[in-house]
Design a protein around this ligand. Structure first.
Ligand SMILES: Nc1nc(=O)c2c([nH]1)NC[C@@H]1CN(c3ccc(C(=O)N[C@@H](CCC(=O)O)C(=O)O)cc3)C=[N+]21
Ligand SMILES: [Mg+2]
Length: 288
């Protein structure tokens, strides 16, 4: 048996294609969706991600403005500029590219973003809306991308045993809440979990988000499980690799995400969708 591919790259392409129609509608109403991206420092990986996001915005007509800062910029300067963007009616989404330099307090920065423009879904207001199961249009992009990739491929979540590895605020925790809201039985494993494979071998759907290359080997995977790889590391020649031993696990799994071409492109598509939703909210006051 060889696993079917969860092709995030082609699904993301078709989502972005559908979004360009929604953008045209908005532009027809004199409202061009706009995303402000704050990029601090000169981390090459961050610069590359921000460039990929900007290219994707261009593909569907979303205006994007990148605000670049030196590594030693003050926290107050960033917060002042976020307040300005919060009040700017031509800006619909604000994203502060993570990670940030050590002297900047990430929660403080995130809480200064208007929840209505928080296209990352990281603000405690949006996190809380997700936790209580309220309809919220701004869900974190990577978890939302994972859920969409599974649903599009008709992988059922209701009653499924899902094991999530990684308990970050960006992926593991919000993803677990979304899975619970979909009716899954969710186990969250993390750095301090003992006997990881006792958990993973029980998973109908195994989702790894650690950035620990090769963590998931075939012995840890139940036959015919669905395996989703959210991990990002670089190998010796700088190529992006995931958490999963892909060549061996694909012989065991029923479905598997490739890296690259799996979750990464979905993350970007969901960021664009959130930006379009944030702009649409201004037009259609009754549904807001
Ligand atoms: N405020 C904030 N929001 C984020 O959503 C955010 C962030 N900060 N900081 C960094 C992480 C990482 N992230 C990725 C997005 C796209 C790909 C992506 O497109 N990956 C491609 C390959 C890209 C490559 O070759 O390097 C793929 O998997 O096929 C990966 C990773 C968003 N992040
Ligand atoms: Mg990927």
């Amino acid at each position: 048996m060889t696993a079917n591919i969860l092709d995030g790259k082609s699904l993301a392409r078709s989502i972005i294609n559908d979004l360009s129609r929604r953008v045209s509608q908005l532009t027809f109403h004199k409202l061009t969706p706009a995303l402000a991206v704050i990029l601090i420092g000169d981390d090459p990986a961050s610069a590359l991600y921000v460039k990929n996001k900007a290219n994707a915005c261009d593909q569907c007509g979303i205006k994007n403005i990148i605000y670049r800062y030196n590594n030693n910029v003050s926290q107050q300067q960033i917060i002042n500029d976020i307040y300005m963007l919060n009040d700017d009616p031509t800006i619909h989404g604000i994203l502060v590219q993570l990670p940030l330099p050590k002297h900047i307090d990430i929660p403080h920065i995130i809480e200064s973003i208007s929840p209505r423009k928080d296209v990352d879904g990281f603000h405690p207001y949006n996190v809380g809306r997700l936790a209580v199961g309220s309809p919220t249009h701004l869900l974190p992009c990577t978890p939302k991308g994972v859920i969409n990739l599974l649903k599009y491929n008709h992988i059922s979540l209701s009653g499924a045993n899902v094991v999530v590895i990684g308990a970050s605020n960006i992926v593991g925790k919000p993803l677990s809440n979304m899975l619970i809201n979909e009716g899954a039985t969710v186990s969250i494993c993390h750095k301090l979990t003992t006997n990881l494979s006792d958990h993973t071998r029980n998973a109908d759907i195994l989702i790894s988000a650690t950035g620990h290359a090769g963590l998931i080997c075939s012995e840890m995977v139940k036959r015919a499980a669905v395996v989703v790889d959210v991990g990002i590391s670089r190998n010796a020649d700088g190529r992006i690799i995931g958490d999963v031993d892909y060549e061996n696990v694909r012989k065991i799994a029923s479905w598997i995400t490739p890296v690259p071409g799996g979750v990464g492109p979905m993350t970007i598509a969901m960021l664009l969708e959130n930006t379009v939703c944030a702009a649409e909210r201004l037009l259609n006051i009754s549904s807001a």
